[in-house]
Design a protein around this ligand. Structure first.
Ligand code: XMP
Length: 534
C-alpha cells in the first residue's frame, strides 16, 4: 500500500535530522523533545543559520519555533525564505507560523486582544487537514500571541480558527508547508502531540526508526575513532550523566578508561558506597576514589557566603582532580602514556543554552563544580552531547547502569556545602546528613521519587528556635524540606507531598537528630525562589 502525501518509503532520520529553528523561544527544546518522542531524530539550529547551511544538513523536515518578537518589530528575527521553496516539509509554530505567512505573501497584524493560555479551537468544516487529522472538531489549545495571521498566502487552505483568530492554522499540502498559531508542544494543548506525530509521520513521511538506544553503536564507533588506544579519565560525580557517559566510553574502550571519584566530604549518606559498589562493581569500571574531605573542609572553614563556598569548592575540586590524575600517570610509569582525554556528561540542553558551539567554552559554571575542570588541557569526550536527560536514562538502562543511579535525582556538585546556611563544619554536616537520609528514606518508601524532581534538605545552622523535649527546653536548629516538581530545573513548583509523609519525616528527624527541634516545609515556587537555598 502506498503511503500518504507522496512518500513511497518512510524517510529515516538517522542521517537526516528534523531541524527545529530557534527563534528565541523557551519552546525550541520542548519541540525537539516532542519530535524525538515520535521516534525521529531532531536538532535545534539558530534562526541566524543561513538556509543553505540548513539544507546542507539534508533535513527530513523543518519546524520553525515560536519567539518573543512581533514580525513587524524593527529588529525582529527574519528568515531565509529559500527553505519554503526547497521541497522540505516545514511546520511553522506561533511566531514561525507568522514568519511563514509573511514570507509567502500573507498578512500579519495586531488583533487588538492578546490570546494567552487555554483557547477553544474549531477545525473548519470540510478542511481535510493532514496536520489535524484524527483530532476532534473542537479542542483546547494553548496560545500566547499578540499578532495574528490575517490572511493566508495564496495556495494555502485555512484549516482552523478561534474566536479571536480566524486564521489559526493553514496548510499547503502540495508544497508541504504547514502552520499553527498555537503551541502544540506544550502539554496544555490537548492534541498537540498528535499534531506533531501527524506532521512527522504523515506530512513529512518520516518513519519511526530512531530511538535513544540507536545512538549507542554510533557513539561507541565515534569514541573509538577519537580516542584510539590512548588513556581516558572521567570525573564521576555519582549522578546519572557522568555515570552513563562513563559507561558508554567503557563500552567503547574498556580498561583505557579510569574514573575518578572525589569524596569532598560534602556527600550525602551512602553516596560513596553507591558509586564504589553499585556502579563500579556492577559495571566492571575502574573507579579510583580519592578522599579529599580534609582539604575541602579546611578551605571552607569559617566561610558562610554561598558564592565564596562555590568558588572554594570548585577550586579545590580541580586541585583534587589534578592530584589524582598525576598519581595515575605516575603509577603507570614511563610506559603509561599521558592521559589526553577527559569524559564529560554534557547534555544537549547544556549545549543549546550555551550557544551550541564546540568545546569547553560551552560548559556552564555549574558543571565545573560537578567534577569537570576546564583548565586541564584535555581533549573532551562528550558522548551525550545530543541527548536529553530522559534519553540518557534510557541509554543508561540499556547499558546496564544500576537503576538507583539511572533514576537518581539531581544533586548539586557542591553537595551539602550549599545546604548548610552558615559555615560548614563536620558536626553540621553530620546533622544534615542524618536528616537528609531520613527524608530520602520516607519519600522513597512513599513511592514519590519519580514524581519529585529533587528534595533539598537544608540546615539553618545560623538560626536557633526554642523547643521542648521531654521535660526540658531546647534551643535547636530548624531543618527545611524543599521538595519540588520540575521538568528542567529552570522553573519549579513545590511538591504537594501528602501530610502523613511529611509528618513521618518530621517525627523521625526530631526524634533521631537531637540538634534539630523543628522541621519546616518550603512552599515557594521558582521563580521567585531558586530550588537550592544558596
Ligand atoms: P537553583 O537553585 O539554581 O538550582 O534553582 C537549579 C538546579 O541546579 C542545581 N544546582 C547546582 N548544580 N552546581 C551544580 O552542579 C551548583 O553550584 C548548583 N547550584 C544549583 C540544583 O540542585 C537544581 O537541580
Amino acid at each position: 500500500m502506498g503511503r500518504p502525501y507522496g512518500y513511497d518509503e518512510p524517510v529515516s532520520t538517522e542521517n537526516r535530522p528534523v531541524l527545529v529553528v530557534d527563534f528565541g523561544a523557551q519552546y525550541a527544546q520542548l519541540i525537539a523533545r516532542r519530535v524525538r518522542e515520535t521516534s525521529a531524530y531532531s536538532e535545534i539550529v539558530p534562526h541566524t543559520m543561513p538556509a543553505v547551511e540548513m539544507l546542507a544538513k539534508d533535513p527530513a523536515a523543518v519546524i520553525l519555533s515560536g519567539g518573543p518578537s512581533s514580525v513587524y518589530a524593527d529588529n525582529a528575527p527574519t528568515f531565509d525564505t529559500e527553505l519554503f521553496t526547497s521541497g522540505v516539509p516545514v511546520l511553522g509554530i506561533c511566531y514561525g507560523f507568522q514568519v511563514m505567512a509573511k514570507a509567502l505573501g500573507g498578512t500579519v497584524g495586531k488583533t487588538g486582544t492578546r490570546e494567552y493560555g487555554h483557547t477553544s479551537l474549531t477545525i473548519d468544516e470540510g478542511a481535510s487537514s493532514a496536520l489535524l487529522a484524527g483530532t476532534p472538531a473542537e479542542q483546547s489549545v494553548w496560545m500566547s500571541h499578540g499578532d495574528a495571521v490575517q490572511q493566508a498566502p495564496d495556495g494555502f487552505t485555512v484549516t482552523a480558527s478561534t474566536q479571536e483568530t480566524p486564521v489559526a492554522a493553514f496548510e499547503d499540502q502540495s508544497r508541504r508547508l504547514y502552520g499553527v498559531q498555537w503551541h502544540p508542544e506544550v502539554h496544555h494543548s490537548e492534541f498537540g502531540q498528535k499534531l506533531i506525530e501527524n506532521f512527522i509521520h504523515e506530512c513529512a513521511g518520516i518513519g519511526t526508526d530512531w530511538t535513544p538506544g540507536s545512538i549507542i553503536d554510533d557513539q561507541v564507533a565515534r569514541i573509538r575513532e577519537q580516542v584510539g588506544d590512548a588513556r581516558v579519565i572521567c570525573g564521576l560525580s555519582g549522578g546519572v550523566d557522568s555515570s552513563v557517559a562513563a559507561a558508554l566510553v567503557h563500552k567503547a574502550v574498556g580498561d583505557q578508561l579510569t574514573c575518578i571519584f572525589v569524596d569532598h566530604g560534602l556527600l550525602r549518606a551512602g553516596e560513596r558506597e553507591q558509586v564504589e559498589h553499585d556502579y563500579a562493581g556492577t559495571m566492571g569500571i575502574r573507579v579510583v576514589t580519592v578522599d579529599e574531605s580534609e582539604r575541602f573542609l579546611n578551605a571552607l572553614a569559617g566561610v558562610s557566603d554561598p558564592e565564596q563556598k562555590r568558588k572554594i569548592i570548585g577550586r579545590e575540586f580541580i586541585r583534587s582532580f589534578e592530584a589524582a590524575q598525576l598519581k595515575l600517570v605516575r603509577e603507570a610509569g614511563e610506559a603509561g602514556a599521558e592521559i589526553k582525554f577527559l569524559v564529560q556528561g554534557t547534555l544537549y540542553p547544556d549545549v543549546v543554552e550555551s550557544g551550541g558551539g564546540e568545546g569547553a567554552a560551552n560548559i556552564k559554571s555549574h558543571h565545573n563544580v560537578g567534577g569537570l575542570p576546564e583548565d586541564l588541557n584535555f581533549e573532551l569526550v562528550e558522548p551525550l552531547r545530543t541527548l536529553f536527560k530522559d534519553e540518557v536514562r534510557a541509554i543508561g538502562l540499556e547499558l546496564g547502569v544500576p537503576e538507583n543511579i539511572v533514576w537518581r535525582q539531581p544533586f548539586p556538585g557542591p553537595g551539602l556545602g550549599i545546604r548548610i546556611i552558615g559555615d560548614v563544619t563536620r558536626e553540621r554536616l553530620e546533622i544534615l546528613r542524618a536528616a537528609d537520609l531520613i527524608a530520602r528514606e520516607e519519600l522513597t518508601a512513599a513511592g514519590l521519587d519519580r514524581e519529585i524532581w529533587q528534595c533539598p534538605v537544608v540546615l539553618l545552622a545560623n538560626v536557633h528556635s526554642v523547643g521542648v523535649q521531654g521535660d526540658g527546653r531546647t534551643y535547636g536548629h530548624p531543618i527545611v524540606l524543599r521538595p519540588v516538581s520540575s521538568e528542567d530545573a529552570m522553573t519549579a513548583d513545590w511538591s504537594r507531598v501528602p501530610f502523613d509523609v511529611l509528618a513521618r519525616i518530621s517525627n523521625r528527624i526530631t526524634n533521631a537528630v537531637p540538634e534539630v527541634n523543628r522541621v519546616v516545609l518550603d512552599v515557594t515556587s521558582k521563580p521567585p525562589a531558586t530550588i537550592e537555598w544558596e
